[in-house]
Design a protein around this ligand. Structure first.
Ligand code: NAD
Ligand code: UD1
Length: 309
């Protein structure tokens, strides 16, 4: 089996590449290294093909997809605030890139496209768990881009018979998540600051909740979706189905890494949703997938990985 992983030098993509290589796939990575890093692929560099380029450029995607059976489309500007600040640029990558991947995959006779969508498409649902049958309510350019790309995925399945699956990841965490930008995932930022003896800042009151899911579980979900025969056009939540407040998260990490009992607090972030929690029934029914790594175990594994223990 030959697989293309767009965004394969990034956090989630590189773990997926590792798993595909371990399963015996021939793997091509397309990445522009805007947030991804070649070091994330050092352990597989000899056995994969790496193409540095833009996922929104048709000729580049055509070259990357040639001969592939499956495409795992992970490439995107993954930060919600980055899309709030630069919506035109991120539209080009996040929506234009998805369309380019679909068109190139269709032309190349790819058997399935798996798309990294996001829980952000739901918007604020209060304490209610997000269920795939609910009407989406995007509240940021990022969420609009992901929802529109999902819609393309479904329509390309219906109209052109290209099997697609959109996985709505909740908040993914684990080793290799890059903490270097203020827009990075909150867990990577908190770990980085605590390790450097700095005090993290919670934006807002710290009572906002997220459904954090460990990266190894997300990789398993991609493998299950990539192996699927039916249904085409699947949309499916990938989360644990339980939430952690930002204050609780800080408490876990301060206990693991040492840190003051309380973080700093700053103003809430524009475009932020308040609560996010997955209903996970469809993932189990459609993919036979359920998250296996409890948040506390994932945080411990992450801390061990960054400390090199
Ligand atoms: P990441 O930034 O580590 O990975 C994204 C990768 O895409 C990077 O390697 C980057 O260099 C590459 N990329 C960006 N623009 C590109 C372009 N124009 N052409 C080619 N490559 C490009 O982020 P991640 O957390 O690994 O996210 C992977 C995917 O999962 C993204 O689509 C993101 O939106 C989605 N997602 C992530 C989360 C999360 O919690 N991390 C949650 C929901 C969805
Ligand atoms: C994250 C993902 C996004 C994904 C979505 C799905 C990243 C960078 N973003 O967005 O791709 O689609 O989950 O649910 O991986 N916060 C702080 N202090 C900080 C940083 C963040 O308090 O230093 C807060 C934020 O204000 C927010 C929460 O932590 O309330 C989570 O933020 P973040 O990790 O950026 O993730 P999301 O915006 O939920």
């Amino acid at each position: 089996m030959k697989s293309l992983v767009t965004g394969g030098a990034g956090f989630i993509g590189s773990h997926l590449v590792d798993a595909l290589v371990a399963a015996g796939d021939q793997v091509v990575v397309l990445d522009d290294l805007s947030t991804g890093r070649r070091e994330n692929l050092a352990q597989v560099a000899d056995v994969i093909e790496f193409i540095e380029g833009d996922v929104a450029d048709r000729a580049t995607v055509d070259r990357a997809v040639a001969g592939c059976d499956r495409v795992f489309h992970q490439a995107a500007v993954a930060s919600v605030p980055a899309t709030v600040e630069r919506p035109v640029a991120t539209h080009h990558v996040n929506l234009g890139g998805a369309l380019m991947v679909l068109e190139a995959a269709r032309a190349a006779g790819v058997k399935r496209v798996v798309f990294a969508s996001s829980a952000a498409v739901y918007g604020d649902t209060g304490a209610e768990a997000c269920v795939e049958t609910a009407a989406p309510n995007p509240q940021s350019p990022y969420a609009v881009e992901k929802l529109a790309a999902e819609t393309y995925m479904r329509v390309w399945a219906d109209l052109y018979g290209l099997p697609t699956a959109s996985l709505r990841y909740f908040n993914v965490f684990g080793p290799r998540q890059d903490p270097s930008s203020p827009y990075s995932g909150v867990i990577s930022i908190f770990v980085d600051r605590l390790r450097r003896g700095l005090v993290p800042t919670i934006f807002g009151d710290g009572e906002q909740t997220r459904d954090f899911v460990f990266v190894a579980d997300v990789v398993r979900a991609n493998l299950a979706a990539g192996a699927l025969d039916a249904p085409a056009g699947l949309v499916c939540n990938i989360g644990r189905g339980e939430t952690t407040t930002l204050k609780q998260l800080y408490g876990h990490l301060a206990a693991l890494l040492g840190g003051p009992p309380a973080p700093h607090f700053g103003p809430a972030r524009a475009g932020d949703i308040r609560d996010s929690k997955a209903r996970v029934d469809r993932a189990f029914e459609a993919l036979g997938w359920r998250a296996q790594v409890p948040v506390a175990d994932g945080l411990r594994a992450l801390v061990e990985a960054v400390q090199g223990t």
